[in-house]
Design a protein around this ligand. Structure first.
Ligand SMILES: NC(=O)c1ccc[n+]([C@@H]2O[C@H](COP(=O)([O-])OP(=O)(O)OC[C@H]3O[C@@H](n4cnc5c(N)ncnc54)[C@H](O)[C@@H]3O)[C@@H](O)[C@H]2O)c1
Length: 303
């Protein structure tokens, strides 16, 4: 029996790139899939391909940030396949620009598709799972795999909209993991890297032979988190690409300062903090750069 036999999975942004690879891998692992992307031939081709390979897939096109799309995705899963067990939030767009040049629309589009797009589907999926748990008296099988990015860990200078949306997705993942644990939900986020339409201009053409940056290198972790082994994993963030799966640790407290009199004065605060920030030129401190060398053998460092 395959890991996801009998399970029903939604994948957003499944018309190409990572979403298509993840959808194919979930279907190959036995899942019946409901695939979303903006309306168009690309999504239908992925559906047809999965069916031709012996899998099950149905298209549910629409803007993932639309309330109606979230509702339709869950309804399609339930009406077509009898339930819902896995939600993979993956759809995304870029509108890269430095913060001081960014337009309202560039900000709104990216935050809307990524952050609201994750929220809307999660809202309807978790409502369905909560009702199911209440009706049966038992937490059911429920998995969410969200798609963040190392842009959030680094605070990519040319992607303030994208980095902020991806940071929001990590927080949404944690809040969902906490809020829905008792209903059986396991929610995790991945920070993938792969050569796709989104990153092609940055990464360049694929080499001859197997591509270490292929989206198919990311899909096994999504299947793992969606599968039985994912039962014990929730509220985690992974970096995944090539031959790498890295499990991130939580942010830590770097230094604690206490006011001697119980309340800080400006002078006391100056004295306390100036030692911490005495050396070198100012540089962003709350960033994670440890993931960069992990990609050196396949990608080189991220910008
Ligand atoms: N490729 C990478 O290296 C990389 C790195 C970090 C994060 N990511 C994230 O992975 C996800 C997939 O990226 P990709 O590289 O496969 O990109 P991609 O551009 O190849 O695919 C994104 C898909 O999302 C769809 N989409 C866009 N807006 C949509 C909307 N409003 N509603 C429904 N579908 C919509 C697109 O049509 C497209 O099919 C994104 O969330 C991206 O931010 C990718």
């Amino acid at each position: 029996m395959a890991a996801l036999d009998g399970r029903v999975a939604i994948v957003t942004g499944a018309g190409q790139g990572l979403g298509a690879a993840e959808a194919r891998a979930l279907a190959a692992a036995g899942a019946r899939t409901v695939l979303n992307d903006l309306p168009g031939a690309a999504l239908d081709e992925v559906v047809e391909q999965i069916r031709a390979d012996g899998g099950e897939a149905v298209a549910c096109p629409g803007d993932v940030a639309d309330w109606a799309t979230g509702e339709a995705l869950v309804k399609t899963a339930v009406d077509t396949f009898g339930g819902l067990h896995v939600l993979v939030n993956n759809a995304g767009v870029l509108r890269d620009r430095m913060i001081f040049s960014m337009s309202e629309q560039e900000w709104d589009t990216v935050v809307r598709v990524h952050l609201r797009g994750h929220f809307v589907t999660t809202r309807f999926a978790t409502a369905y799972w909560r009702e199911r748990a209440k009706a049966t008296g038992l937490p059911g099988y429920a998995r969410i795999v969200n798609t963040a990015s190392e842009a959030y860990l680094l605070g990519s200078a040319g992607q303030p909209n994208y980095a902020a949306a991806k940071g929001g997705i990590v927080s949404l993942t944690l809040a969902t993991a906490r809020g829905c644990l008792k209903h059986g939900v396991r929610a995790n986020a991945i920070c993938p890297r792969a050569r796709t339409a989104m990153t092609g201009p940055l990464m360049g053409a694929a080499p001859d032979g197997p591509d270490p940056m292929a989206p198919e290198r990311v899909a096994p972790l999504v299947v793992h988190l969606a599968g039985p082994a994912g039962e014990r994993i929730t509220g985690e963030v992974f970096v995944v690409h090539g031959d790498v799966v890295a499990l991130l640790g939580p942010p830590t407290v770097r230094a604690v300062f206490r006011a001697a009199t119980g309340q800080w004065t400006g002078a006391e605060l100056d004295a306390a903090l100036s030692t911490e920030f005495a050396a070198g030129p100012p540089r962003p401190g709350y960033v994670c750069e440890e993931t960069l060398p992990l990609a050196a053998s396949t990608f080189g460092e991220a910008p």
